[in-house]
Design a protein around this ligand. Sequence first.
Ligand SMILES: Cc1cc2nc3c(=O)[nH]c(=O)nc-3n(C[C@H](O)[C@H](O)[C@H](O)COP(=O)(O)O)c2cc1C
Length: 182
Amino acid sequence: MNIALAASPAFSAADRSIGHSAPITPAELKSAMRNLSGGVSVVTAGIGDDRTGATVTSATALSVDPPTMIVNINRTSSSWPVIERYRHFCINILSSEQQQVAERFAGFGGLKGVARYGGAEWRPLVSGASALAGALAAIDCEVEEIIERHSHAIILGRVLAITSGSGEPVLYHGGRYGSFQP
Ligand SMILES: Cc1cc2nc3c(=O)[nH]c(=O)nc-3n(C[C@H](O)[C@H](O)[C@H](O)COP(=O)(O)O)c2cc1C
């Protein structure tokens, strides 16, 4: 089986699937993952001036029954202590019109905290977190469980409310934002 894979024209001599004992480096995994296109969301947390958030590609549904979201947050990020403290978050799935919101919440230009909410319209949700007007969906959650593993916190959220919008998504691929072309 391994020999057949090694002989396959789809695999090059540089592949490290077989016969390598050296550990995979972070750079190698990062490079491989640049091939995966991701939907872009902004996770919001906190209330009033004590709000922040982050642009993420790691948000998805863990299960629909019960309605449960999952998102992976770096524990060095400014959003992590806020989510941990408020035990809530909202996943705002961005439209192709909202790339600037993605840039603000990725900390572009050094923006921090509530300053990231500037230039867009928000409304408070049941949990206390903020929903972005015009997002494809805003999924309001209370934290159900947190698993701290390696650099990240894996956060599960019980879905409290959903606001649906419409439009095209913004995608992230190879370090760039783009639009979906079927
Ligand atoms: C497209 C994109 C996707 C990202 N996905 C994640 C993610 O899933 N989890 C995460 O912790 N940070 C992610 N980040 C990084 C955060 O947006 C943010 O830059 C980082 O948390 C630093 O934030 P801070 O200034 O609040 O500390 C992503 C950034 C970009 C541009």
